[in-house]
Design a protein around this ligand. Structure first.
Ligand code: ZN
Length: 276
């Protein structure tokens, strides 16, 4: 069994075939999906959780877990009402993580200090609710600016919680991978490791210890090389797992087993229920 540790199942791009898409995931061997609850902004943070309520328990579907969080460029909307809503969502046992949150200096949008403040407020809420975090970090091309700022924040506000988290769609170098591992994070690789030009990223992936890796789709974006440019979906995580297995020199079964084990280790409350 594989776990897709990051998919935007609430995307309107699945409105016509969401249930069939989830069935294809289970048929491909994807037993669980972490459904990311950022929507198009805080007003839609609950949609991922609601999808779990809609589909969990139906036969032929992967188990859905949810996150909730305010995306870096939505932090302009991180007012008191939004933060209260986030806190209430994180109190729900099916909302297992806070995210995706972080810093994005690649796209135009929220000012850096607004993103940073929004991140810190959310770290405080996640710490109080004892939920690991899902981090989105994207620097300006050719720099590590967002990473440098991110690590300063995480070292000050998150490291001591020992709750850890996931570096989602990891795209940094070895230095950023090492600092993430030092903070107790798992490193999640997406379909971009399958792209022809991604050799530097594959070189980093090959060095990450097997007990610290996850795989994800970031669906509907970032389809693996075989389907690049098309709509992505959780079933495609199989391709990313295959490339990662080759890089680490192990079988696909072993990657499935270790990424699943790593996921449940990060979320001990759900593994306590033996849900696989
Ligand atoms: Zn995402």
């Amino acid at each position: 069994m594989l776990i897709d540790s990051h998919a935007h199942l609430d995307s309107h791009r699945y409105n016509d075939d969401r249930e069939a898409m989830l069935r294809r995931a289970l048929e491909a061997g994807v037993g669980a999906v972490l459904s990311i609850g950022i929507g198009e902004g805080p007003a839609e943070m609950h949609l991922a959780r609601d999808l779990g309520r809609q589909f969990n328990g139906k036969p032929g579907m992967p188990r859905l877990y949810a996150s909730a969080g305010i995306y870096p460029h939505s932090t302009t909307e991180a007012d008191q009402a939004a933060l209260v809503k986030l806190d209430q969502l994180l109190a729900d046992p099916d909302v297992i993580a806070c995210g995706e949150i972080g810093l994005d200096y690649f796209h135009e949008g929220a000012a850096h200090d607004v993103q940073r403040d929004g991140l810190i407020r959310q770290l405080e809420i996640a710490a109080a609710r004892k939920k690991p975090i899902v981090i989105h970090c994207r620097p300006k091309d050719g720099t590590a600016d967002a990473w440098d700022d991110l690590f300063l924040v995480l070292e000050e506000f998150w490291g001591r919680t020992a709750l850890g988290g996931i570096m989602h769609c990891f795209g940094g170098g070895w230095e950023q991978a090492r600092r993430s591992l030092d903070l107790g994070f798992l490193i999640s690789f997406a379909g971009n490791i399958t792209y022809p030009k991604a050799q530097p990223l594959r070189d980093v992936a090959a060095q990450v210890p097997r007990d610290s890796v996850l795989v994800e789709t970031d669906a509907p974006w970032l389809a693996p090389a075989a389907n690049r440019g098309k709509r992505n979906e959780p079933a495609m995580v199989v391709h990313t797992a295959q490339v990662l297995a080759e890089l680490l020199g192990v079988g696909a079964d072993e990657i499935a087993a270790s990424t699943t084990q790593n996921f449940y280790r990060l979320f001990p409350r759900i593994s306590a229920y033996g849900e696989t």
